[in-house]
Design a protein around this ligand. Structure first.
Ligand code: NAD
Length: 291
């Protein structure tokens, strides 16, 4: 069997076109969605992410506000900037690029963002809202994975899903979203016993581990759908958490790296900014952009 490739890059391009059209409709009402991105320090990967977020924000017709602060910035100064952005009506979404420098308390900084502008969905209130089935801002990467899964499989109800990784950014919110869609969810992690056997039960595997080519073909049930969240920079270039060569022989479908989940993350950030803008203006949620 040769697996189907789930083209996240193409899906994300379609999503951005739809978002741009919605931004156009908002412009007729005199509304311009605005996204503020805050970068502290000069981490090279973060700089690349922030640049492409700014570019794509402008491409869909939104306003982009970039704030670059030196690595030695005091936490109080960052909190003061967040307070200013919270109060700014031109800013509908605020994203503080992680990781923050070691002298900062990441949770305190994230929880200082107004939950309604928390387009990363990391604020404790949004985490709680997602967990309890309330209207939340949902983390971008798991939201993108969910969109790809629904598009490929239709209903996820009753499917066995194994999420590998339990981070707050990917693994845990992914598990919440799959539960919400009535999948039977197992969250595996570094202490899981016999991970290959756990994975072999899965109709859906979401790998968010941070280890290059970790998931092997013989861990995969024939026909299963495999979503690869991993981004690992190796001597062979960018590779995911899934061993594409062996998994492609067994799976029904998989997301490639690059060109799978990565482009969906930024598209979902724009989707969340649009949703936040609609909500703050008393408009209904844009269709198909929320879980
Ligand atoms: P993390 O380091 O916070 O979490 C990794 C998780 O993997 C942990 O919960 C850990 O328990 C689990 N793990 C580690 N070793 C394991 C093992 N041997 N067996 C089973 N589980 C194991 O990472 P993260 O932030 O969740 O990111 C995971 C990966 O996804 C990274 O490669 C990251 O770069 C990537 N990522 C991609 C995007 C995207 O847009 N595509 C977004 C976020 C993260």
């Amino acid at each position: 069997m040769t697996a189907q490739i789930i083209d996240g890059k193409a899906f994300a391009a379609i999503l951005r076109t739809r978002i741009a059209a919605e931004v156009g409709r908002m412009a007729e009402k005199g509304i311009t969605p605005g996204l503020a991105v805050v970068l502290v320090g000069e981490d090279p990967a973060s700089q690349v992410y922030v640049r492409s977020k700014g570019r794509m924000t402008k491409e869909v017709g939104m306003a982009s506000f970039e704030h670059k602060l030196p690595v030695e910035t005091a936490q109080d100064d960052l909190l003061a900037l967040i307070a200013t952005l919270n109060a700014d009506p031109a800013v509908n979404g605020i994203l503080v690029q992680l990781p923050l420098p070691d002298h900062m308390d990441e949770a305190a900084v994230i929880n200082a963002i107004t939950p309604e502008k928390d387009v990363d969905g990391f604020h404790i209130l949004n985490v709680g809202r997602l967990a309890t089935g309330q209207k939340a801002m949902v983390p971008c990467t798991p939201l993108g994975c969910l969109m790809l899964l629904r598009d490929h499989l239709g209903s996820l109800a009753g499917k066995n899903a194994v999420v590998i990784g339990r981070s707050n950014i990917v693994g845990k919110p992914m598990a919440q979203l799959l539960l919400r869609d009535s999948a039977t969810v197992t969250v595996a992690h570094s202490r899981t016993a016999d991970l290959p056997a756990v994975c072999r039960q899965a109709d859906i595997i979401v790998a968010a581990v941070g280890r290059a080519k970790f998931v092997q073909g013989d861990w995969v049930k024939p026909g299963a759908t495999v979503i690869d969240v991993g981004i690992n920079r190796t001597e062979d270039g960018l590779v995911g958490d899934v061993d594409q060569a062996s998994v492609a022989q067994v799976a029904g479908a998989f997301t490639p790296v690059p060109g799978g989940v990565g482009p969906m993350t930024i598209a979902c950030l724009l989707a969340n900014t649009l949703t936040a803008t609609a909500r703050s203006n008393g408009l209904p949620d844009p269709e198909g952009l929320t879980p």
